[in-house]
Structure formats: structure tokens, C-alpha cells
Design a protein around this ligand. Structure first.
Ligand code: F6R
Length: 617
């Protein structure tokens, strides 16, 4: 889950690498380092435990010489704790070679044992240093061909990795390889970039190339060469980054999370854009796939964390509108339990980053078993969409804060579009019924904006009052259930408060034992107009907990009078159809979690122990 950046060109690389790392810090932030080859052909390296600022300070005290070739790394520790020694880059070949790595080299222990028996010494506990030492050895053995040595090395590694290397004998060359971890190429004028994510170089160029699995890339200021692990040349897919550098900046907001919550209306609107025509859903990416949608007999949604909760929301729409049975599976559980899937199964993966290893492995597993795969993803050129038969991009723009917010609402939007598209192909909804749901979808951005405009400061104030709370429960029913799970995840993730989400109907089967006087419980209340029965059930749940002294915070439709006498606080959401109201209900929950964590003085963008993109299993 580390962030990687490489540069070759005419400019001084240090500033470019540090700026790139700043944009990748969301991927890991427990240590950082850079290596630069200076104009005299010497390799200089600095690395430091802690956030990127620790490295910045270190570089002020120990300046690296100027150099126009370099690599940089921001780490999320897997093998070996977050110390200076374990930070990347790792050096080898008498400190003339530097290597950075994202992923896990699974066979590192046996490789290390072998190298130690041959007399090599190690300075860190990492798997990466094993790759560096191996590369140095191969380089010496082949007489100084860095790319070939790299090829031999990566062929000996097992697991998932992106590796970059520079050698002081080769100024103007950065070599990289990827297997199941992200790596993209940025094409500049007389300069080129490598990075885990386009965010690292988008301020310099928006022209990019996506590298496939098991490919090696060598960049120089004037060229890019991509080969497979066997040495055959491969064609790479060019793409233009659709957003610019300002989209990945805070732009005056106190945190990326605050900015991204404020962008929830836009994330929905942009995901809808170009996909609705005359009241019907028209998703250009799905043209030609009607037969696939007609032939499937079930859908399995796979994802992790927040994306899985979006999938659970989508299940209601897919089943109700498209009349296809849907299972939602946590990606990391899916392929370890021999699931029943085959050519009649559509596996829909959902991933903001498109790099989550658990989800990627599940997609590959599904493909191997003949299932059709469709990826809902927010990141162009990412691995999961490249491994899928079809893609529906969410256009939420770059999401930098570790806690996912705008991507969640965009994922639900994409799922709803997909559900309506399949319903139209399978004829399970009439054109009029589809048009009604399309109107609801189109109204979402304005309704989310309304919540932000009218209620954000009140919710933040309320969160501030609750800053000392030690435990918060969230209840929901129907679509409100995954929203309750999302509300709880967001709170625990950024405020470190114990939080649990439950299906409201499950309360009496156990969780009600947790209710004691003063226990805060958020309840996502369905619309009384649209879902009278569900509403009455949830109101009875509120009565049950209210009677036992719970502090009830109802997230309810404007004008819902039934909740007023039994709630301590009501967070209002605008009127919407039954599948849409709870989706609006997540907005106050995102604001609440952010407000509470901010009141506790916590870093909402980079919560402890977490990284944005989980590229290890
Ligand atoms: C929670 C959160 C995570 C991610 C999960 C999947 O706020 O961000 O739970 O949703 O790690 O990540 P993606 O969507 O990148 O596959």
C-alpha cells in the first residue's frame, strides 16, 4: 500500500519526487525516502520514519546533491516496523543501486536465507531489501545490464509487487516492474514519470500509459520501453487523465475529507453525466453487452469495506429493478470458500482505487471459473478494471482522504445506473418506471447539496458535543442497514470510537442488550410516505431503545412527525424515493464522523494504522 514515484528528465528530481510523494502519502505514511543520481553519477539517498514532513526536515539538514534521475517512496509497513532502517529506498551493489517496492515478496525468507548463505548482509527486516540485494547480484553477474538484471530478479520473486530501481552507472534510467500492484507511466516532454497513481505526476502531464500485469518498463528522458517478464515487447494503452492537479489539492479546505464530503453532490452528478438520455439510462461502456445481461442468472458483488456497503445498497436496486438474485460478498472471503459461480454469473467488483488486492484476487478467481466480470471503479488505468470484462467508471474525481466518502455515493449511483440498465435490457421495468427512477437519481446531487448547505454546521456542532462519547450504535433497515454499517465504519475509522452498525430488525436478537441509559444510537428511518410498513417497524425499534434510555439520533425525512417525540435529535434529509432516502442519510453520518474526529483533534485524512489503497492481502 506504499506510494511510489520515479522521474527522469532535465529537471532536478528531488522537488518533483517530494511533491509526488505528497500526493501519494494517502497510500502509506509511516516512513518515506528518496534516492537521486547526481550529475556526477553518484547515488544519494535519504529516508526517514514518520510522515513526509520528517523526510522534508531531514533533507534540509542533509541536502542531497542535485540530480535529474530519482525514485521516491512513502511506506505502509508490512515486513518490519516503521523505522529509518526499514524505510525505502533499500541500497545494494555497494550502495550504487537503490530499490523501492510496494507489495509483498512472499518468498523473501527463502531468498534471504540463500543470499545470507552466499555471504550477503542485510540492514533491514524488509522483503524489499532482498529484492535489492538480488538485483545487485544479478547486475554484477550479467556485466551491468540493469534491465536484464531486473528481469531475472522479478522472475524469481513471488507475491505482489511494484518495484522501481536506479543505478548510479545509469543516470537517466529508471526501471520498474509490476505484478498485482499498481504502476502507471506519465509521458512528459523530454521527461518521463513512473508512479503508483497518476496523482503523483498529474501536475506535470496528463498523458499516461497503463502498464499491464507482469510487465517491465524502462524510462529515459526521451523514451519508454515496456516488455513482459520474458523480454517480449508489449503494446501499452495510452489514456488521458480526466482531472487536473487542482482536483487533487485541498483548495482551502481544512482537510481532504472535508473537501471530498463537499464534493459528494458533484461525484453523483459526474457519475450520471453522459449516461442518461431522454429519461432512459444509456451507459456507453456497456454497449454491445445486452446478451451478457440477458444470459446471467445471478450477480455476485465483491468488494471490501465501504465499497462493500455500497454493494449492499446496490443489491436492493438490482434485485428490485432487474429481478436478478444478488449476493454481496466481502472480496477477502469470496475466493477462500469455493463459491458457486460459473458462466451464468456476473461478478460485479466495486473499488474506488481499483487496486485493492482482496478484490483483485476475487475478480481473477471469478474469471478463472468462467464468470463474467464487471468493474465499478474510480481510478483510470487501475488493475481491477483492466482485469474485468466490462467497466463502469465512477467519476468522483481523486479521493485522497483515507476514509471513503464521495466515492461511496458515486458507487451507489453507478450501481443504480447499472440496475436500471439491466432492468431495461431484461424488460423487468417499463420505460415509465425507469424514467421515474432516473428522475430520482438526477435529483440526488441537489438534495445532497441541500443537506450540506442547511445542516452541516449543526451536525458538526452536535458532533463536537459528542466528542467524549465512547461508543455509538447505528441501526438501519432495508437500504438503511448498509448505511448504518457505513456510518459506524466511518466513525470508528477516523475517530477511534467504538461503533457498530446493526440491522434494526436484529436488535431484539441480541444487540438490544447493549442499550443502557445515555447510549447514543443513530437510526436511519425510512420514509413514512414511501415505505409506511418499514417506517412503522423502525419507529417501533426506536420506541424499544428509547424506553431503555438510549439517546436516539434519528436520520429521518423532513416532516416525519412520528420520530420527534421519541428522538433526542433529528437529522433531516430531503424527501426521496424508498431506495434513495437512505442514500441521502449517509451524508449526515459522514459529516458527523468528520466533525467528531476533528473535535478530538485527530487527523481525519490519515487515520492511524490505515492506508487508502490496500494492495496487500
Ligand atoms: C473506508 C474505506 C475502506 C475502503 C476499502 C476498499 O472508509 O475507505 O473500507 O472502502 O478499503 O477500497 P477500494 O474501494 O479502493 O477497493
Amino acid at each position: 500500500m506504499c506510494g511510489i514515484v520515479g522521474y527522469v528528465g532535465p529537471r532536478q528530481s528531488e522537488a518533483i519526487l517530494i511533491a509526488g510523494l505528497a500526493r501519494l502519502e494517502y497510500r502509506g505514511y509511516d516512513s518515506a525516502g528518496i534516492a537521486v543520481i547526481d550529475d556526477g553519477g553518484h547515488l544519494g539517498m535519504r529516508k526517514k520514519a514518520g510522515k513526509l514532513n520528517a523526510l522534508r526536515d531531514d533533507l534540509k539538514a542533509h541536502a542531497l546533491p542535485d540530480g535529474t534521475t530519482g525514485i521516491g517512496h512513502t511506506r505502509w509497513a508490512t515486513h518490519g516496523g516503521p523505522t529509518d532502517a526499514n524505510a525505502h529506498p533499500h541500497l545494494a551493489d555497494d550502495d550504487r543501486l537503490a530499490v523501492i517496492h510496494n507489495g509483498i515478496v512472499e518468498n523473501y525468507a527463502s531468498l534471504k536465507g540463500d543470499l545470507i548463505s552466499k555471504g550477503y548482509a542485510f540492514r533491514s527486516e524488509t522483503d524489499t531489501e532482498v529484492a535489492a540485494v538480488l538485483l545487485g547480484r544479478e547486475y554484477r553477474a550479467n556485466g551491468g545490464d540493469l534491465v536484464e538484471a531486473f528481469r531475472t530478479t522479478v522472475n524469481r520473486l513471488e507475491g505482489a509487487f511494484t518495484l522501481l530501481a536506479v543505478h548510479q552507472d545509469h543516470p537517466g534510467l529508471v526501471v520498474g516492474a509490476r505484478r498485482n500492484s499498481p504502476l502507471v507511466i506519465g509521458i512528459g516532454e523530454g521527461e518521463n514519470f513512473l508512479a503508483s497513481d497518476v496523482a503523483a505526476f498529474v501536475e506535470h502531464t496528463r498523458s499516461a500509459l497503463a502498464i499491464g500485469q507482469d510487465e517491465i518498463v524502462a524510462i529515459t528522458p526521451s523514451g519508454v520501453e515496456v516488455t513482459d517478464f520474458a523480454g517480449n515487447a508489449v503494446e501499452v494503452e495510452p489514456f488521458e487523465v480526466t482531472w487536473d492537479a487542482t482536483a487533487a489539492e485541498k483548495g482551502g479546505w481544512p482537510s481532504f475529507m472535508a473537501k471530498e464530503v463537499s464534493e459528494e453532490p458533484e461525484a453523483v452528478a459526474n457519475t450520471l453525466r453522459g449516461r442518461i438520455r431522454d429519461g432512459a439510462v444509456a451507459i456507453p461502456e456497456l454497449d454491445g453487452l445486452d446478451e451478457l445481461f440477458r444470459d446471467i442468472s445471478r450477480i455476485v458483488v465483491i468488494a471490501a469495506g465501504t465499497a462493500a456497503y455500497a454493494g449492499m445498497v446496490g443489491k436492493y436496486a438490482l434485485e428490485q429493478w432487474a429481478r436478478v438474485p444478488v449476493d454481496v460478498d466481502l472480496a477477502h472471503e469470496f475466493h477462500y470458500r469455493d463459491p458457486v459461480i460459473g458462466p451464468d454469473t456476473l461478478v460485479v467488483s466495486i473499488s474506488q482505487s481499483g487496486e485493492t488486492m482482496d478484490t483483485l484476487m476475487a475478480v481473477k478467481y471469478a474469471r478463472e471459473r468462467g464468470a463474467k466480470t464487471l468493474s465499478i471503479c474510480n481510478t483510470q488505468g487501475a488493475t481491477i478494471p483492466r482485469e474485468s470484462d466490462a467497466i463502469v467508471y465512477t467519476h468522483a474525481g481523486p479521493e485522497v482522504a483515507v476514509a471513503s466518502t464521495k466515492a461511496f455515493v458515486a458507487q451507489i449511483t453507478a450501481l443504480y445506473l447499472l440496475a436500471l440498465h439491466i432492468a431495461s435490457v431484461r424488460g423487468t421495468l417499463s420505460a415509465t418506471e425507469i424514467a421515474q427512477q432516473v428522475l430520482e437519481l438526477e435529483a440526488l446531487p441537489a438534495k445532497i447539496q441541500h443537506i450540506l448547505d442547511t445542516d452541516q454546521s449543526r451536525i458538526e456542532q452536535f458532533a463536537h458535543w459528542m466528542a467524549d462519547t465512547r461508543s455509538v450504535l447505528f441501526l438501519g433497515r432495508h437500504v438503511g442497514y448498509p448505511i448504518a454499517l457505513e456510518g459506524a465504519l466511518k466513525l470508528k475509522e477516523i475517530s477511534y470510537i467504538h461503533a457498530e452498525g446493526f440491522a434494526a430488525g436484529e436488535l431484539k436478537h441480541g444487540p438490544i442488550a447493549l442499550i443502557e441509559p445515555g447510549q447514543p444510537v443513530f437510526v436511519i428511518v425510512p420514509s413514512p410516505r414511501e415505505s409506511a410498513l418499514l417506517h412503522s417497524k423502525v419507529v417501533s425499534n426506536i420506541r424499544e431503545i428509547h424506553a431503555r434510555g438510549a439517546r436516539v439520533i434519528a436520520v429521518a425525512e423532513e416532516g416525519d412527525a412520528a420520530v420527534l417525540p421519541i428522538s433526542d435529535e433529528v437529522l433531516h434529509i430531503p424527501l426521496a424515493g424508498p431506495l434513495f432516502g437512505p442514500v441521502l442519510g449517509v451524508v449526515p453520518l459522514h459529516i458527523f464522523a468528520m466533525g467528531l474526529a476533528t473535535s478530538k483533534g485527530l487527523d481525519v485524512d490519515q487515520p492511524r494504522n490505515l492506508a487508502k489503497s490496500v494492495t496487500v492481502e
